[in-house]
Design a protein around this ligand. Sequence first.
Ligand SMILES: Cc1ncc(COP(=O)(O)O)c(C=O)c1O
Length: 424
Amino acid sequence: MSFDLETIRSQFPALADTDNGEARIYFDNPAGTQVPARVVDRMADCMLHANANLGGKFRTSDLADAIVAEAHAAMADFLNAESPDEIIFGQNMTTITLHVSRSIGRTLKAGDEIILSRMDHDANVQPWVLLARDLDLTVRWLPFDKGTFEFDLRRLGDLLNDRSRLVCVGGASNLTGTINDITTISSMAREVGALTYIDAVQSAPHLAIDVQAIGCDFLVCSAYKFFGPHQGILWGRRDVMERLEPYKVRPAPDTLPGCFETGTQSHEGMAGTAAVVDYFAWIGETMAAGHHETNSAFSGRRRHVHAALNYLLEYEHMLSQRLVDGLQQIAGVTIQGITSGDAMMRRVPTVSFTHAELAPATIAHALAARNIFVWSGHNYALEAAKCLGIFDSGGAVRIGPVHYNSIDEVDQVLSALEDIVSGS
Ligand SMILES: Cc1ncc(COP(=O)(O)O)c(C=O)c1O
């Protein structure tokens, strides 16, 4: 495929930064991505020229109102929500989940069952474990297969029954990189009347999200993982959200979305989030014509955004393949995730690995010394790290390319790793 990486990279000032003349290689993306200049410009514009609280009868307040409305509309396009009112902004995914779990808990009673996954980030585990503790709910655990790194959905079938109320799973794992079949999971949950809460924090940077097609009830993501500012976003199906009691102060709105948006929000975060959606739309419009047809059910920005993500994913598959193939050539390396070439479509490019002798933190530090940024550890995927038997040995090294990374950068990290493990 032809991919204009130079134009893409020119959007991100941080990619040109150097330290003592050495380029930075950002593979820490699953923990947070760099941002295009337009995101910062819109955030600065918001703070410099539209800095007021909402609902006033004066110019800056009108401008702030417009920014907030536009951010909800932009995220509705990003997720294919029916209405911008179904978009709830909050500090981050974890805070939103802890908050909305309280409202969801009001609909549950002792003995009800919730299904949590052994693959998920703790932000989609512990809020529900705490809720279960408080309400005397039963937690059922959905395991994943340690050989395939995927869920066996027959196991989900075994867990679901007429007491199941909620299924919480991730769109993609932040440790193994596995993409989960959240459409089938949502449909299986729906069949027994259970709601689905999808953690899309790690899928949103890579996959076009269509909440209508997925058929879930809640979906959460974080803009700082998809090239935007530190900002959490929840989509909730309107009829489900309207049945929940929002935990709010009395003067706050009683209607969506304001009833779930606690306190004064980060207007600049919302401005930046709308700008990153426009960044995707720009890619869709200028580079992803080949994907317009497959997204013909959408129009305008929604179509462009979805086409962009489909287009970027094709490029990311090349990065995944190169990284996985290269890691497999390095002595002592075990990839903790999908490796088979014909299964690349079932993983995001986030690739974690362990080494027979070197601790993950040792490898991450050695890469940092070469100005290559990666994370090591369990990365909050506690259950997954424990299941994989890597929790007590320092977790894994996680290399997470995104669409602004190059094949050359992948080759550089591979060559650096060769040197590190051979002790040269
Ligand atoms: C899969 C996943 N879910 C949830 C979170 C938590 O997101 P936030 O930092 O927005 O609370 C993360 C953060 O790394 C994540 O990777």
